[in-house]
Design a protein around this ligand. Structure first.
Ligand SMILES: [Zn+2]
Length: 265
């Protein structure tokens, strides 16, 4: 019995040993899934999450708003690809979810994005502020934070994953990773991941022609929103130390990018 158990667990343990990676800022990340696995699982999770919303008539209801968000994200994607050229092959996509009370936005691995009408309307978000939110979200995907959070989700539900690995059933593993991909956008990021996404996000947005000052005003508006209830966005994006101060200190470095982009328009 013990031998059987050992032979079953061995492949899984090997899997765990190789599970380490380094983020763009040199930080060690727990990696139980590769970025490609995260992209595949996210693609599946995106379809699963959007299908019921589509049925309820909650997707892209306002053509003008859809156009506005798509124009902003297209410019951000151009800059994201310049930063990480291999993301050119990602099937980038953005959906506007019509939930007036939800203050949230996310980007999964592979560039699958969503923004909720609650964030845009309750914050009276300007184009510059929408660009900062989506730039921040895109940066989580660029820095492979999705795979990292999926790994955390999987490490806390090892049983589910182990079954998939041990039985070598692709379908089981795929279902488990899609669940983890969904969990990855619902679990809080670490404060270190937040700092990375803030730093990369403000740069992408500036290079796309969106004011770096909006990074500060966005988080200020976010902190005031929610009527005493923490907005969904803040619960998954906890404040790193001195977020506002750090973003403000980055503005002078970002202004040349911003001004160059504006003069090219
Ligand atoms: Zn974040």
């Amino acid at each position: 019995m013990a031998l059987v158990l050992r032979s079953l667990l061995l492949p899984f343990m090997c899997f765990l040993i190789t599970a380490c990676a380094v983020s763009p800022t040199g930080r060690k990340q727990l990696m139980l899934v590769s970025e490609q696995q995260a992209i595949d699982a996210s693609s599946e999770a995106y379809v699963q999450m959007l299908a019921p919303l589509e049925k309820q008539g909650k997707l892209d209801n306002d053509p003008a708003l859809t156009q506005r968000v798509q124009t902003i994200t297209k410019k951000l994607i151009v800059e994201a690809i310049k930063l990480r050229p291999e993301t050119r092959s990602w099937e980038w996509n953005v959906k506007i979810i019509d939930e007036p009370d939800t203050i949230n936005a996310w980007c999964m691995a592979g560039g699958k994005m969503a923004i909720y009408t609650g964030l845009i309307n309750k914050l009276s978000a300007t184009d510059d502020e929408i660009a900062q939110v989506m730039g921040h979200e895109i940066s989580h995907a660029l820095a492979n934070h999705t795979a990292e959070r999926m790994s955390v989700a999987m490490a806390s539900s090892l049983g589910v994953l182990a079954v998939g690995v041990i039985t070598d059933s692709r379908a089981t593993t795929m279902a488990a990773t899609a669940v983890a991909a969904k969990l990855a956008i619902e679990l809080p990021n670490s404060r270190t991941s937040e700092s990375e996404a803030d730093r990369i996000g403000i740069e992408i947005a500036a290079k796309a022609g969106y004011s770096p000052y909006a990074a500060v005003s966005l988080w200020q508006k976010m902190a005031k929103a929610g009527n005493g209830k923490t907005p969904e966005f803040l619960s998954t994006h906890p404040a790193p130390e001195n977020r506002e101060q750090v973003l403000r200190s980055l503005i002078p470095q970002m202004m040349p990018y911003y001004e160059k982009a504006r003069s090219n328009n």
